[in-house]
Design a protein around this ligand. Structure first.
Ligand code: NAD
Length: 414
């Protein structure tokens, strides 16, 4: 997979720079008309008053010029959109915030004022389809409850826009298929917002695994849990099956599931799951609390994953014949940390220069680049479909109380 940090939109190649720099050493006074101090032989001959010097040698990542940036429109102005998505769009190298879609006009105007979005670019859920006539919008970012992802993704494609859709892609495999078909018919890109693929510690762990740092991977253990808090508006829809599609596994277990497949680089061939809900807890009338699942892979590797809405944990452990990688936390918004354990290193924290914050701009810039350079994003609709299919298989296995066999696309066999 491509590492976004290694890509630059304005390619100031080192070779190009060196050529420019070499040319300028001889005539170092570029823009100067000032006095030139005579330097002893072999020392740089630079004027001693202020002058323009050549472009500095650096790993420059210049943003796209403003008039070339893609216009992104955010649908759903909830907790994640306001705290993470919109700030990341403003920090990105490739986009500008071009539109907002909300059912709450006052909230939308307030956000628009702070981010300089004109009133004419504020839409509600009824006028949403008018974005088809808005050339300032290239990409739509769906940050609605899961049960609304399919409808708004398909409407965005019908309006001729590209789509970034939050995880989980949708509630059902059928919805995922319809979203992919709409993307193909519109000839527009569809990316699922799996931010961990763009998170430096997760990327580093995958690189170490590929370089053999952990040997043959035999087991992945992943636990993603957080207490569901009904006093917070963002958690209200999460207890309703039609809007959430499921409970802890759909919402956060998907991180451990997707992460496991990211590190193992293969899809499971079978799984068995169990679900447990605390009795008399109104949060779990329609959606589940605790899920445990064991996955079996063609390579012989196994994974043990869990998700819960009543405990607190966020870690992924990759265990191999030569060592162990531990991400703890693994998929937080900030402060993810990677540890390595091996017979020759003991246990050490793996230094990773970049901050976890880069995951948000990383995924946004990745889709912009996929559109500009016309390639398939690293986390396409097919990956979102696979994960939704696996979660449906997890629910089916828990209900049947038995193993289920899986197709390569994550759907159940037979
Ligand atoms: P939220 O409740 O804070 O935001 C949901 C938004 O949708 C709100 O603006 C709300 O007004 C709007 N909405 C429209 N119709 C609605 C309806 N019928 N019921 C409820 N809200 C409705 O939720 P959130 O935590 O921001 O989650 C939104 C999406 O983002 C979900 O798909 C979630 O899985 C995803 N998410 C992703 C991450 C991540 O790290 N990638 C983190 C949090 C949430």
């Amino acid at each position: 997979m491509t590492d976004p940090s290694e890509k630059s939109f304005l390619d100031l190649s080192r070779r190009g720079f060196l050529a420019a720099a070499a040319g300028s050493v001889a005539g170092a006074g570029l823009a100067s008309s000032g006095a030139q101090a005579q330097q002893p032989e072999n020392l740089p001959n630079i004027p001693d008053d202020a002058v323009g010097r050549p472009f500095p040698e650096a790993d420059l990542q210049m943003p796209l010029p403003p008039d070339q940036r893609l216009g992104w429109c955010v649908v759903g102005l909830g907790a994640f959109a306001l705290n993470h998505v919109i700030p990341a769009i403003t920090r990105s190298q490739t986009c500008r915030l071009a539109g907002l879609v909300s059912g709450n006009a006052e909230k939308a105007r307030r956000v628009a004022t702070h981010y300089g979005v004109p009133d004419a670019r504020i839409y509600d859920y009824e006028s949403f389809d008018d974005i088809a006539n808005d050339d300032s919008i290239d990409v739509v970012y769906i940050v609605l409850p899961n049960g609304l992802h399919a409808e708004y993704t398909i409407r965005a494609f019908e309006a001729g826009k590209h789509v970034m859709c939050e995880k989980p892609m949708a509630n059902t495999v059928e919805e995922c298929r319809a979203m992919i078909q709409a993307s193909q018919e519109a000839d527009r890109k569809l990316m699922i917002a799996y931010r961990a693929h763009f998170e430096p510690h997760n990327q580093r762990a995958l690189r170490m695994k590929k370089e053999g740092a952990f040997g043959d991977i035999r087991l992945v253990i992943g636990d993603t849990m957080r207490p569901l808090d009904l006093s917070r508006p963002r958690d209200e829809w999460r207890v309703l099956r039609d809007l959430a599609g499921g409970g802890s596994m759909m919402d956060i277990g998907i991180y451990a599931l997707n992460g496991t497949l990211y590190f193992l680089e293969e899809s499971p061939v079978a799984l068995v799951a169990s679900i447990s809900n605390p009795p008399d807890d109104i949060r779990f009338r329609q959606v589940e609390d605790l899920v445990t699942v064991q996955l079996r892979f063609g390579s012989g590797a196994l994974a043990n994953l869990s998700s819960s809405y009543t405990m607190n944990e966020n870690r992924i452990q990759i265990l191999g014949s030569e060592g162990t990688g531990l991400l703890n936390p693994a998929t937080s918004y900030v402060g993810n940390t990677l540890y390595e354990t091996g017979s020759d290193v003991g246990t050490r924290k793996v230094p990773v220069q970049d901050s976890s914050l880069r995951q948000f701009t990383g995924e946004i810039d990745h889709l912009s680049r996929a559109i500009i350079e016309n390639f398939t994003p690293d986390t396409p609709g097919e990956m979102g479909l696979r994960d939704v299919a696996l979660i449906r298989a997890i629910y089916a296995s828990a209900e049947r109380g038995s193993w289920v066999e899986l197709n390569p696309d994550g759907t159940m066999r037979g």
